[in-house]
Structure formats: C-alpha cells, structure tokens
Design a protein around this ligand. Structure first.
Ligand code: ZN
Ligand code: ZN
Length: 215
C-alpha cells in the first residue's frame, strides 16, 4: 500500500506516542461520573453520581437527585446486574503534535461494587484522529475483530477504509480539560463554535476545512 506523505508522518508519530491511560483514568474520574441511579424493586434508588439513596417509584426515565441535584437516568436493578455493574463512557483528549491536531479517544469503564460504590475505572485508548489545518484527516485505531476492538493489543493501525466507527465514538466522547488546539481552531471554538457531545469531531473538522478546499 502506497502512503501519502501525511500518512507517513502519522504512521511514524503514531508508533512513538506514549500511552497515558492512567492519567486519563484520573481525569475521567475527577471530571465526571455516569449520571445514573439504580432502582431496586422496592423503589429504593441509589444515585451513582453522589451515592445518595432515595425512594423513587415514578415511571419517568429521568429523575432529579435530591442530594446532588443532577438529572439522573433511572436504571432497574435487574438490568444493572445484567450489565455487571459497569458503565462505559468515552473520553477524548485534544493535543497538538508537530502542527497536527490530535484527538485521542478512550473508552473508560466505570465498575461499581455490590453496594453501588465506584470501585475502579479502566481505560483503553481506542482511536486517534490526526487532523491538519489544510483539512486532511487520518485515523489510526486498535485492531478490530468481528466489530470489536482488540484492547489487549496496544498497537494501532492506519485505517485505509471506513472510519465510521472511530468517527462515531470520537463524536460522542466527553472532551477532557487541558486541551491544546491548533491556532486555526482556538479562536473559532470560543467565538462561535462549541464542542458539544455528539458533534465533537465533526465540529473540529468543519473549522479546519479551508473554505476553498476540495479535499
Ligand atoms: Zn508507508
Ligand atoms: Zn446524586
């Protein structure tokens, strides 16, 4: 497979990039908790964000926790047990390397104990989007098998075909603080664009794409 010069650069940096899973786990835990509350059959409902317990019997899917005042999604205990008390969330970091805007997307799994206290968070980096101010984007990601990422293998490969899966999770990630941005992105992001969950990658690409570009 013949690579473009930009792909060659991506492949080179991609190989040498240090892992920072522990750092991400730390930030993920301090940044947010899943907004869920587990309801037992007797109506006793535990907020997973703050740990508060309340009685909630209404049929609405969302409720406001009396303690932390967050809007939490109600999950029935049977479903919670079927999920093995685990909640996956995606987080992303934004950094600049060699004038390339790099977005790294991590799957974090929040695991809870039998008394619904947060036990630990495990982190796997799944994919990287490499973007330039000229509007180029390349994607590297973990090897996949039958649609699932092979998380025991750390090495990432350049995606030559569809990146729909990588794009989806990057769009739906929660952006971590301490981001660094290309100057082309920086001003425009505070001025009239925001990184909203569900649209993050698309927003970055839209800003970086030059108006006269045919790429
Ligand atoms: Zn090559
Ligand atoms: Zn709460």
């Amino acid at each position: 497979m013949k690579h473009t010069p930009f792909q060659e650069i991506v492949i080179r940096i991609n190989k040498s990039l240090p892992q920072k899973d522990n750092e991400i786990a730390h930030m993920a835990m301090s940044r947010t908790r899943p907004l869920l509350a587990v309801r037992q059959r007797n109506g006793i409902t535990t907020c997973l964000f703050c740990g508060n317990t309340m009685v909630y019997r209404e049929t609405n899917r969302y409720a406001k926790c009396h303690e932390c005042e967050k809007n939490v999604e109600i999950i029935e205990e049977d479903d919670w047990l079927a999920y093995k008390r685990c909640v996956p969330l995606y987080f992303a970091s934004l950094e600049v390397i060699d004038n390339i805007q790099l977005m790294r997307t991590y799957e974090t799994i929040f695991r809870y104990s039998v008394i619904n206290q947060l036990n630990d968070v495990s982190v796997h980096e799944l994919c990287r989007h490499w973007m330039t101010s000229e509007g180029y984007c390349e994607v590297t990601s973990l090897r996949r098998f039958c649609g699932a990422y092979l998380t025991p293998f750390r090495s990432m490969v350049l995606r030559n075909s569809s990146t729909d899966n990588e794009d989806y999770i990057a769009n739906h990630a929660i952006v971590l603080p301490n981001m660094t941005l290309l100057s082309e992105l920086d001003g425009k992001l505070d001025m009239y664009e925001k990184l909203i969950q569900g649209n993050i990658l698309a927003t970055i690409k839209k800003i970086l794409k030059p108006n006269n570009s045919h790429i």
